[in-house]
Write a protein that binds this ligand. Structure first.
Ligand code: GDP
Length: 206
């Protein structure tokens, strides 16, 4: 376990993908439908209770939030997509922001996508995957809230999702995750270490 993630601290929120922090260093972004468990996953990975806001209020989470790890290494919380109760126009605007960030951000090295294990691969998820494929951005999928299923069905969903992605020619890694039971955290840290070019074992700055 790399202690760097526990030191994550809030840097800033951007309402507009054209006003982001300087595009240098390395970043990993987190995306998912609203209610997919994204905030809970970020909090569990950083071992903090309220770094990312776990909130059902859509207006509070529609910013791109940046968290600093060490110098020039950041985690980025993208707005949750697919929230049913917002007007179509607003939803479209968020999509444009996310698309702009994903396609233009040079320091972005990978995307962690949260999908509720009971409802993976929605139309919105496929849209995100298509944007990532377009720029060859690596994707790591977390099947969240895995504690809601027994081990058998959870493993079967894991294999189904891997197969569905492979059939579409999408090269993404997929794992099971539960913020509640703290399942799968080491596996995500290993992926983040790889993308952020951090020493797996420690807190040394490369
Ligand atoms: P977000 O909208 O994607 O940021 O999702 P949240 O992290 O706010 O979580 C949405 C809902 O799912 C909340 O009620 C959480 O308590 C619940 N939730 C999140 N992660 C887990 C988990 O690992 N297990 C269970 N059982 N519930 C979870």
């Amino acid at each position: 376990m790399n202690p760097i993630y526990h030191r994550a601290r809030f840097l800033l929120s951007a309402a507009d993908a054209r006003r982001l922090p300087e595009d240098g260093g390395l970043e990993v972004a987190f995306a998912g439908r609203s209610n997919s468990g994204k905030s809970s996953a970020i909090n569990a990975l950083c071992n903090q209770k309220s770094l990312a806001r776990t909130s059902k209020t859509p207006g509070r989470t529609q910013l791109i939030n940046f968290f600093g790890l060490i110098e020039n290494r950041r985690l980025v919380d993208l707005p949750g997509y697919g929230y049913a109760k917002v007007p179509e126009k607003t939803r479209r605007l968020w999509q444009i922001q996310i698309e702009r960030y994903l396609t233009e951000r040079e320091s972005l090295r990978g995307l962690v996508m949260m999908m509720d294990i009971r409802h993976p691969l929605t139309d919105y998820d496929w849209q995100m995957l298509a944007w990532c494929a377009h720029r060859h951005l690596p994707v790591h999928v977390l099947l969240t809230k895995a504690d809601k299923l027994k081990r058998g069905p959870a493993m079967s969903t894991l294999h189904q999702v891997r197969r569905a992605l492979a059939e579409e020619g999408i090269e993404a890694t997929v794992q099971i995750f539960s913020a509640l039971k703290k399942t799968g955290i080491d596996e995500v840290h290993a992926k983040l270490d790889e993308w952020l070019e951090l020493e797996p074992a420690g807190d040394k700055v490369p």
